[in-house]
Design a protein around this ligand. Sequence first.
Ligand code: CA
Length: 634
Amino acid sequence: MNIIELQEDVFRPEFIYHGNDLGVNYTKENTKILLWAPTAEEIKIEIYNYYKNKDPYEVFDLNKNINGTWKVNLEGDYGGKYYLFKIDFGSKIVKTIDPYAKGLASNSEMGLIVDFEKTNPDDWQKDKRVNIKSPVDAIIYEVHVRDFSSSPYSGMKNSGDYLAFTENNTVNNQGLSTGIDHLKELGITHIHLLPVFDYASVDEEIKYEYNWGYDPHFYNVPEGSYANNSEGYQRISEFKKMIKSLHDNGIGVIMDVVYNHTYFTEQSAFQKTAPGYFYRTVDNCYLTNGSGCGNEIATERPMVRKFIIDSLKYWAKEYHIDGFRFDLMGLMDKETVYNIEKSLHNIDPNILIYGEPWAASPPHLKDYQKIYKGIQRNHKFGFFNDSFRDAIKGDTNGFVTGYVNGKFQTYNDIKRGVVGSIDFNFEVKDFAYKPEETVNYVSSHDNLTLWDKINKSMSKATEIKRIKMDRLAQAIVFTSQGIPFFQGGEEFLRTKYGNHNSYNAGDHINQIKWERKSLYYETFLYYKGLIKLRKKHSAFRMREADMIRNKLEFLQGEDAAIGYMFKDHANNDKWRNIFVIYNPQHHWTRFWLEKKYNFNIVVNETKSGTDILHRFRADNIKVPPITAMVLYTD
Ligand code: CA
């Protein structure tokens, strides 16, 4: 285990600061600076005209203020100036940026004082988060900024950059829409961006390096490598243009946030301003490593909890972010997560909040502080549903199969997922109190793509069969109660050539290969149809567990196929009864009903949507192999 310096005085109770003004607060008239560094003996701020200058052109002393804070007011307009703090602890002198920094030089070499008015696109004041009535109305598309546009067939000019999300009328090599137009055509409601806060692993001046970005450096500044220029205000203004453009096109933006570890430890702004306070340790100096990345952020400590909540509120207010996805939420403490929910929903009750209810290894926390599936019950945030995910398609990277690719024993786990993981009955129950607490998915950036997983586990099946398995897996996600989520590019069978951990594997592996939209256009249409069905029909988006218990009824089948119906205009759906059947088997299946119905098929083995594909009258439904079927009666 690695050792860090810990100055025990940082934990003294009088050093808990409650104000909401930490950091650098700019106005045209003056800039107010407040830094929390309780064990410092002397602090100066150095002001630079340019971050590559050797010497500051001005230096000011900070004065000791209440609760471990230090303060100075700079009179005049300091917008656009760079800065560093010089902190004397008696035993040592360090230079650092403050953890609250809102602007940065390239590669985080200095802090930047930001005049935010100069970063706002036109009509920014009118920009609003997208409006959804319930989290279960969201359809979430996960994507990495660079992957979205780095392919030569993306048709986007701003390859790999924030500004690619501002381009309309872009097409691939065969004239099919790409970029934002593609997202609108597909019908998703939110994009979930892999880390876009400042991370450490990519040189912002040499932009050809690649990383997913799970290596936080400065939490309150957009990453510089996705901007045309990482200096000055440009990363902020281009980030805002991206948000504005997505909002103008009706798409919300969710940030992937990583408040569980930092890339640097001794060299981090946390450690340089308050040695020992921000990281969990044992025996006062040994770092714990539940993140697998060298440290764990001590979210349970008051000033850390405050930092995280201040940071999230800042992104929601300054950047109009629509939601937050918490990486390794299992490393955070329960109280902090409950406080996050309250603070964000106080700003806007529509902000989406969900996370991973696990850690790389167990966090150094007391049992009552720990996060696991169940602690979210009735708390207005959700968890990724890994048991449903694995039941549908098997293990994440191996040969183990699931329901759609041959292991029908996961039948009961599929039923648990279908009902939104609520307590449905004695047999079918799981961790959720409400369906909005489960994020249903079969692939994300981590692990094999769905298509690669199916190829690996079903290498002997024909491509036609493998495509059917892929569609069935996604049909289960889109028709189940809860929040559907998928990895961008899956709609045309995304491949990373079998690489299950492509975090630094470069563009060729990671990029969304837009030419595949032409190759697998039928699959794209199938995904699009499922999204349309879900959006147009409220039965798939029930809000309350009681309604699911009352309106959803499983049908008696003969084998491993699962069938269920939504009865009597469930959740005010205009269709009277909706029947959903999943047949993963390689033979036809049949469901017998107690009477004859006039059926309209809207999803069959090749097509999906809300248009009637076929009508028939019968007291039974026959479903072909490896197929989802959706039918309704008037
Ligand atoms: Ca960076």
